[in-house]
Ligand binder design. Structure first.
Ligand code: PLP
Length: 394
């Protein structure tokens, strides 16, 4: 199997599993208990909080709470800020957010919030002027992702924060950092971020664990109410083994950042340039710069993405035609639509996302096989005249 769908989820690193095992077996104590047996479990939480603090360069480990996933982190941040600041009713996000933000914003709109959805250009870059014009004295929250899950496009978070704070210093800034964790350095202080969410399963920890950074100046109303865990900001007994795993994954990610930005990027670039060179009806759906190092999104004109995925799958190659949450529906991706990807390419767009486990041999195999697959599918496309014209152009 060749797994090129690492933006959907990642393989658990063996070292991560090893770090989790004691807490799945013998060290099963509740971290909040008083006896000595719970010491190891409570120390796991303390140490993990320190590691995640370093991972994102927070000021204090008290600013980190553990959650069950990226979606919970986003919901806690957004609803938490809004419920704490009930008098203000204007919120802003982008048109290309993950559904865990976009669907929540749409629900909030129905509940009476005035929402501005900021657009992107054809490279996938955010319209900063539109953002600046949208912020007013009633704006309570801006939620912008750090990198897009479908295209890998990175938004200029520090610049965005400066725009927000210069227009309204009271406005809180939540950043969905799920797709940058482990791929590029994160520094919440330098970037001017108030709240930030990550998810363990996108950087080689298991599914079902995440973290939320809430800076000390930001107050929220908790989403999950109950016991006093996580300083009263998220009730429920902490998932000690998974938190131990996420901390180990974060340590490995910090050590591996250089590898991501050099070797993983080199393999991504090799895959991308080879596809664009060898396949005449392939087009890059984004600009080449400002992207996380592991992702490429390529449109194959006049063919169906699902058909490409099925042929790839027959060869054991896993890729994706949209985010994991929207694949299964034949609606073209909201991200590519917001970027005005031409209708000729939008249905045939494929995301390849690599990881540190991706090998050169795997990339070479995909580079070899994909042109044959596309040729086969192109031959049965009803758009032969358009394809001929395209071929002549190249
Ligand atoms: N945000 C982004 C950008 C994502 O890509 C994802 C998952 O694909 C999420 C949030 C949701 O994370 P989780 O699956 O941990 O809820």
């Amino acid at each position: 199997m060749i797994y090129l769908d690492n933006n959907a989820t990642t393989k658990i690193d063996d070292k991560v599993l090893e770090a989790m095992m004691p807490y799945l077996t013998t060290e099963y104590a509740n971290p909040s208990s008083m006896y000595n047996f719970s010491k190891k479990a409570s120390n796991v939480l303390k140490d993990a909080r320190g590691v995640i603090k370093d991972f994102i360069n927070a000021k204090d480990e008290k600013e980190i709470i553990f959650t069950s996933c990226g979606s919970e982190s986003a919901n806690t941040a957004i609803k938490g800020v809004l419920n704490y600041n009930k008098s203000k009713k204007h919120i802003i996000t982008s048109k290309v957010e993950h559904p865990c933000v976009l669907n929540l914003y749409q629900t909030l709109e129905k509940q009476g919030y005035k929402v501005d959805y900021i657009g992107v250009n054809s490279n996938g870059d955010l319209d900063l002027e539109q953002l600046e014009n949208a912020i007013n004295s009633d704006t309570v929250l801006v939620s912008i992702m750090w990198a897009n899950n479908e295209t890998g496009v990175i938004f200029p978070i520090q610049k965005i924060s400066e725009i927000i704070k210069s227009k309204n210093p009271e406005t809180k800034f939540f950043v969905d950092a799920v797709q940058v964790a482990g791929k590029i350095p994160m520094d919440v202080q330098e970037m001017g971020i108030d709240l930030l969410g990550i998810s363990g399963h996108k950087f080689h920890a298991p599914k079902g664990v995440g973290a939320l950074y809430i800076n000390s100046k930001t107050l929220i109303t908790p989403l999950i109410v109950g016991g006093h865990q996580e300083r009263g900001k998220r009730a429920g007994t902490e998932n000690v083994p998974y938190i131990a795993g996420m901390a180990k994954a974060a340590e490995l990610a910090m050590d591996g950042l250089k590898y991501e930005t050099t070797e993983v990027k080199r393999l991504r670039d090799k895959l991308e340039t080879t596809i664009l060179k060898r396949i005449y009806n392939a087009r890059l759906n984004t600009g080449v710069t400002n992207r996380v190092p592991n992702t490429t999104n390529i449109g194959f004109e006049y063919v169906e993405g699902e058909l490409i995925l099925l042929h790839l799958s027959d060869l054991g190659i896993c890729a994706s035609s949209g985010s994991a949450c929207t694949s299964g529906s034949l609606e073209p991706s909201h991200v590519l639509r917001a970027m005005n990807v031409p209708f000729t390419a939008i249905h045939g767009s494929i995301r390849f996302s690599l990881s540190r486990f991706t090998t050169e041999k795997e990339i070479d195999y995909v580079c070899d096989k994909l042109p044959e697959i596309i040729e086969k599918i192109t031959a049965i496309s009803p758009y032969q005249d358009e394809l001929d014209a395209l071929k002549k152009l190249k």
